[in-house]
Design a protein around this ligand. Structure first.
Ligand SMILES: [Zn+2]
Length: 309
């Protein structure tokens, strides 16, 4: 079948990847549709992705009423922004949310405000959030298993580190792991790995614990939200662990040398502009890098008594 909206993943039967064209970039952020007897949508993208999702469902011959589960891995807007809108269109779907994220989707006011503060001029790309009625939400904390039929089963894995309200999903039939942001951003054909360590609750040791937990599963594939399906899962998990360790150490060292948080951010912005400027416009790269630095600085302050000036 030739699809306009969603790409069939040849390695995994009945799995489709939809490019959300996040920030106007191809192959940067996406979501998955698993066309099992009880179909599931994994991640939602920003609110403005919802129309594309509905077009993809139509193309696949899935009626919105058939959707059983909508699974944003965490309540950052590029993962859960469309959840409230999809909940309205897919009346029988349960919205599966980590218990720590639930309050933010029932009343998104605070979440929207904090995103606005963090991303500044990029905010228009983030769309909107609409509240979800509590009875539509299935709160999870890890360990739950959702049966989708035909042997498809999604296991929820609590995955703190990037954010405390994050889970990953293990699909048992295909041995695929949906990583959310727990394994960073991986764009094989472009930037390779980049880390994602945002404020306010990035936590290094928890990230390591999560990676260790993920390694214990029998894995064939990693399905990255950012972006796409990759083989050699264990090699990639190792690679991300190494990158994360180096990143936290580098930020700590820069903070010691430069002293001032703003100078530290600017140092890394300039460095990343050189390294990644071919792939991302500065208006996007700058707030991303600043967030990644800020996340580590807050972590150092909170967990290691480190005092950024
Ligand atoms: Zn995130």
């Amino acid at each position: 079948m030739s699809l306009q909206a969603a790409e069939a993943i040849s390695e995994i039967e009945n799995l489709y990847l939809l490019d959300a064209q996040m920030m106007g970039l191809s192959h940067y952020g996406g979501l998955y549709i698993l066309q099992a007897p009880r179909p599931a949508i994994i991640e939602t993208g920003f609110s403005h992705t919802v129309e594309k999702i509905l077009a993809a469902l139509e193309e696949l011959g899935i009626r919105p009423e058939q959707i059983a589960y909508i699974l944003p891995t965490h309540v950052h807007m590029d993962h859960a922004g469309g959840a409230g809108f999809l909940a309205k269109t897919c009346p029988n779907a349960k919205i599966v949310v980590h218990e720590r994220g639930v309050p933010h989707l029932i009343d998104p006011t605070q979440l929207v405000e904090s995103v606005k503060r963090a991303v500044g001029p990029m905010f228009p790309y983030y769309g909107e959030l609409t509240p979800i009625a509590p009875d539509r939400i299935m709160a999870v904390k890890g360990g739950e298993r959702l049966e989708l039929g035909d042997g498809y089963q999604l296991e929820i894995i609590a995955a703190p580190g990037h954010a405390p309200h994050q889970y990953c999903l293990y699909e048992r039939r295909s041995k695929a792991l949906f990583t959310g942001d727990a394994v960073g951003i991986y764009r094989r054909e472009a930037t390779g790995f980049t880390m994602t360590t945002p404020p306010p609750r990035f936590h290094y040791e928890q990230s390591l614990e999560t990676l260790k937990k993920l390694r214990a599963f029998e894995l064939n594939w990693l399905c990255f939200t950012h972006y796409g399906v990759e083989a050699q899962p264990y090699r990639l998990l190792d690679q991300y662990e190494k990158l994360l360790g180096e990143w936290v150490n580098t930020v700590e060292r820069a903070q010691r040398e430069l002293g001032d948080a703003q100078a530290v951010k600017e140092h890394f912005v300039q460095q990343e502009l050189k390294e990644l400027g071919a792939y991302y416009p500065e208006r996007m790269l700058r707030p991303e890098v600043e967030m990644n630095v800020q996340g580590v600085l807050l972590y150092l302050q909170r967990e290691r008594g480190f005092n950024p000036r």
